[in-house]
Design a protein around this ligand. Structure first.
Ligand SMILES: [Mn+2]
Length: 295
């Protein structure tokens, strides 16, 4: 088959992986792109995020320099982009059904956004498989409003929707409304908050890990990163996390918890600056390695 000739074939799959390691049957990990951004409140364009992450991933070395290992050996398949419907609630429902089908097929799921509202459907599907699930939410914003722009499924409400299903730990937050703080205080410990201002040394990491249960789903809004390295987001905030701080935290998480799935959302690619796309792609690849290798 011509597709097996490495000289004439550069697949549009995560990591440009060839069919031998990227077929659905062979893959332990399934990447689900969700190009949805209908409720984005400031700069639109997250619908272009999944494609930019996959495109950037095709230029990555599959040998991870840090782990001295190739994380793609476990098989990573890239699914077609999900079909979009306007309504955010219906979209979350679609994501729920798609992720449930993948979990039924024994896949580890990686959701690529798209705006953050899509995550609630993925959490719901994972919770059905892991009843004691807790969610680690990494974000510049609390996303804890009951509704925003008259929409309970707006991307600014996603952590609230998730916290109605299971306990939630938010880290990296530096934009939060008074009503959101009041809601977290009234949650009796079900929602825990780590503000970015309190994360300038790494003492917070152990406290955040202690707040999580054994089974963890990780949802990442890329605006958690500092804008100096991640300007390609719809709603930027200064004072975010740096690359190695994020990786250190993710490695500690992987060492002490069972991470069952994750998503990376809100990349809004910026014409002429590919560095943030590469950051997102490399983060996804490293997390696949940290969370799913040899488990
Ligand atoms: Mn955010």
């Amino acid at each position: 088959m011509a597709t097996k000739n490495p000289h004439f074939y550069f697949p549009f799959s995560f990591g440009a992986l060839p069919p031998e390691v990227s077929s659905y049957e062979r893959a332990k990990v399934a990447i689900l792109p969700v190009p949805y951004d209908a409720t984005t409140s400031y700069q639109p364009g997250a619908r272009n995020g999944p494609r930019a992450i996959i495109e950037a991933s095709r230029r990555l070395e599959m040998h991870d320099e840090e782990a001295d290992s190739n994380f793609s050996d476990q098989g990573i398949c890239t699914l077609d982009e999900m079909e979009i419907v306007d309504d955010a609630g219906k979209m979350a429902q679609r994501v729920h059904e798609a992720v449930r089908a993948l979990l039924d097929g024994e896949k580890k799921v990686v959701l690529l956004g798209g705006e953050h509202s899509i995550s609630s459907g993925s959490v719901k599907a994972h919770l059905e498989k892991h009843p004691k699930l807790t969610v680690l939410h990494i974000d510049a914003h609390a996303d804890m409003r009951d509704e925003f722009a008259e929409n309970r499924f707006n991307h600014g409400c996603v952590a609230r929707r998730i916290s109605e299903m299971c306990p939630l730990v938010s880290v990296g937050v530096r934009s939060i409304a008074k009503e959101e703080i009041d809601h977290i205080r009234s949650s009796k410990g079900r929602i825990k908050l780590f503000l970015a201002k309190d994360m300038r040394n790494n003492a917070w990491m152990d406290d955040a890990l202690k707040a999580l249960g054994k089974d963890v789903y990780v949802t990442i809004d890329l605006d958690a990163f500092d804008t100096s390295i991640m300007p390609s987001v719809g709603t930027p905030q200064p004072g975010g996390m740096d690359w190695y701080q994020m990786l250190d935290f993710m490695k500690k998480l992987a060492a002490s918890k069972n991470v069952v799935g994750f998503d990376v959302t809100e990349l809004t690619p910026m014409p002429g600056n590919h560095a943030p796309d590469v950051l997102a792609a490399k983060l996804v690849y490293k997390l696949i390695g940290y969370f799913f290798s040899s488990k």
